[in-house]
Every structure is written in structure tokens, then in C-alpha cells.
Ligand binder design. Structure first.
Ligand code: TYD
Length: 209
């Protein structure tokens, strides 16, 4: 952590965990407490992120290695332009996906997980990762029913099961696992609890009460 109390919290998990909505609720809660919060996401809305989103439609034209390079380039830009300036200004940064997604997804696509971690060594280590866990089958049900979406190429069950297995293999002490099959309110309560513990540990000015 830097001297201005900037904090980086990444939300991770397979598709369909409710990650983005949980992040937004935590962000609003922190803002109500008077914290300065930046909510952001990857793939970003920059040029590489846009290229990546185009790939979701037609993924077959690109190799896993090329895909990996695009995610890394997108992250480099996101870190330089959004994450690092916000941390330097003492803000709490909540990012919807970070480099653990690259290790899990591009790892499941055939790239070597350790190599992917090494390629991300420019990215600041997060203070906490909220890892939302759910069975691949249940996440796909949610995507179909709640969003009325047909899962895209990234979202096939077999592949998602491999992605989930990689997420569950991570042992970093700052990773907090939250069971995303529970009710929305239960999940949000667990996330707030972990966040409060982090703020207390860091003696952050936004400590509750
Ligand atoms: P997601 O956060 O689900 O975007 P959206 O809100 O548009 O649904 O991310 C899109 C997909 O990108 C998701 O299936 C995971 C994948 N992804 C990777 O494969 N590698 C990465 O490094 C990142 C950040 C995402």
C-alpha cells in the first residue's frame, strides 16, 4: 500500500457469479461511508479491450497466445492510465477482473499458468481479491435464465469447469473466497465483511463506526 492509503481490490470468478453487480453495490456502500472509490473493469473500454470484445464474436481466428498478448496489452494500458493514478491519489480501486482471470481463462485455453503470472509482473499486486465461487453448471444456468443470453465462446461448460479449477488452485493469502451460490444479500454481506477487515488491517480512514 502506498502512503496515501490507496487500496486495490479485484473481483474474480467465472462468468455468471454476479460479480459486476456485487462490485457496484460494494462501491456505493464505500462511497456512502465517505471513501473515494474508482470502479473499473477488464477487458477495458480502451482499444485493446475493444479488440478483445470483437474476438468474443469470432474467437476462432486467433491463437490462445495472441489472445493472451491482447489481454496483457489491455492490462498494461489499464494499469498505467487508470489503476496506478487512482492508487497514487489514495483512492480505493475496485476492478471487475484482473490478472487472475488471465491465468484462469488463458490457462484453460492452453497457456502455461506460471508464464501468465510472470507476464503480469508489471501489474500491482492487489490488497484483496474477492473470488466468487460457483459450479460451472449453475453459472451457465444463471446466464441463460437471468440474462436471457446464449453463452458466448468463452462460456462453454467444459471450459468454464477448467477455468474454475484454475481459480481454485490459487493460494495467495489475499484471496478471499465467497460462495456465490448464496443469496445476493448474503454474498454482499460477506464481501463487506472482508472489506471492513481489510480497511481495519490497513488502518484506512474509511473504517466503519
Ligand atoms: P466479463 O467481465 O464477463 O465481461 P462482460 O461484463 O462484458 O460479460 O469478461 C468477458 C470475458 O473475458 C469473460 O468470459 C472472461 C474473459 N477474460 C479472459 O479470458 N481473460 C482476461 O484476462 C480477462 C480480464 C477476461
Amino acid at each position: 500500500m502506498n502512503e496515501k492509503n490507496g487500496l486495490l481490490i479485484a473481483f474474480e470468478g467465472i462468468d455468471g457469479t454476479g460479480k459486476s453487480t456485487q462490485l457496484t453495490h460494494l462501491g456505493k456502500h464505500l462511497e456512502e461511508k465517505g471513501c473515494q472509490v474508482v470502479m473499473t473493469f477488464e477487458p477495458s473500454d480502451g482499444p485493446y479491450g475493444k479488440q478483445i470484445r470483437e474476438l468474443f464474436v469470432n474467437r476462432k481466428n486467433v491463437s490462445p497466445e495472441e489472445e493472451l498478448e491482447l489481454f496483457i496489452q489491455d492490462r498494461r494500458q489499464h494499469v498505467n492510465e487508470v489503476i496506478e493514478p487512482a492508487l497514487a491519489a489514495g483512492k480505493i480501486v475496485l476492478t471487475d477482473r484482473y490478472y487472475f482471470s488471465t491465468v484462469a481463462y488463458q490457462g484453460a485455453a492452453g497457456c502455461d499458468p506460471e508464464t501468465i503470472f510472470a507476464k503480469n509482473n508489471f501489474a500491482p499486486e492487489p490488497d484483496m481479491v474477492v473470488l466468487l465461487t460457483i459450479e460451472a453448471k449453475q453459472s451457465l444456468e444463471r446466464i441463460r435464465q437471468l440474462r436471457g443470453e446464449t453463452p458466448n465462446d468463452f462460456e462453454q461448460e467444459e471450459q468454464l469447469t477448467q477455468v474454475a479449477a484454475l481459480f481454485s488452485s490459487f493460494t495467495h493469502p489475499f484471496i478471499k473466497r465467497v460462495d456465490a451460490s448464496k443469496s445476493f444479500d448474503d454474498v454482499q454481506a460477506s464481501i463487506r465483511n472482508e472489506t471492513d477487515l481489510l480497511l481495519q488491517k490497513k488502518e484506512h480512514p474509511c473504517i466503519r463506526g
